[in-house]
Design a protein around this ligand. Sequence first.
Ligand SMILES: [Zn+2]
Length: 304
Amino acid sequence: MTRFPSITNIGTLLGVWAHPDDEAYLSAGLMALARSAGQRVVVVTATNGELGTNDPVAWPPGRLGALRRHELAASLAALGVTEHHLLGYADGGCAAVAPDRPVRQLVELIRAIQPDTIVTFGPDGITGHPDHQTVSAWTTAAWEASGRMGRLWYSATTTRHRDEWGALNNSLGVWMGDGEPVYADPADVVFEVDCTTALPDEALLDRKLVALRAHASQTNPLIEMLGLHVYRRWHEIESFVSAVPAEPAREPADREAAAVAGRDEHRSGAGTDVLTLPRQPSQVAVPSASEGLPAEPTRLGLAA
Ligand SMILES: [Zn+2]
């Protein structure tokens, strides 16, 4: 059995992110697989990332923003993604923008693209960056306003990632927010791309590395600091949770009734597709293509 067919059930994929490089860190593997499967992938980036430097004298915002747009174009090209929209909001300034306009822009894009799957940050913003948190809120509001077109997934950092990489993340000061980073329970993950095993010979992770290295202004310092091997492993897993919390486990009789009613476990966010070749026996249980995510746009119920 292969896990590849389930990528086709992602359908048309729309990613909404804050800065050039967010899309590569959090979804390069997902995008590359979707494009390889012939699916449409569209990326929206809210800012040009013009403040992404420790040396603003050498890299004034106008110049860095232009550089990062080119880096983004090169990164997306490496993944086969040809459709991209820049919204042009100020880097670091998204939270200060009245949400009406960006939400309206995203609603228009959602209606035009008709995505089956939308991916963005969770409310925590992955790193706690206010731009990430704001883009999550904009995207969620736009999804609601569009009549919940397609399924909305949030990129997530799991406790499994924390156990392996938490010390490094802490030493680098990755988390910008107050309090503690938000870690997802692996049981809540509805879709996961393991870039080390999704394609033979770690080819997907190598392709993601190409996409990340295209964002050289951002990734070169980290690669120099960590070494290529560690850097490459750092983002090998892409995890997504449903914006709609999983429903509580139902009694068998309820599940039967739900099946009769034609409901799909995946629509409740309860199922997980792990997009990877089997590596350990525990990872072998995979939904068959027929059990995969529905190809039709799914309308999910958002719990209060
Ligand atoms: Zn970012």
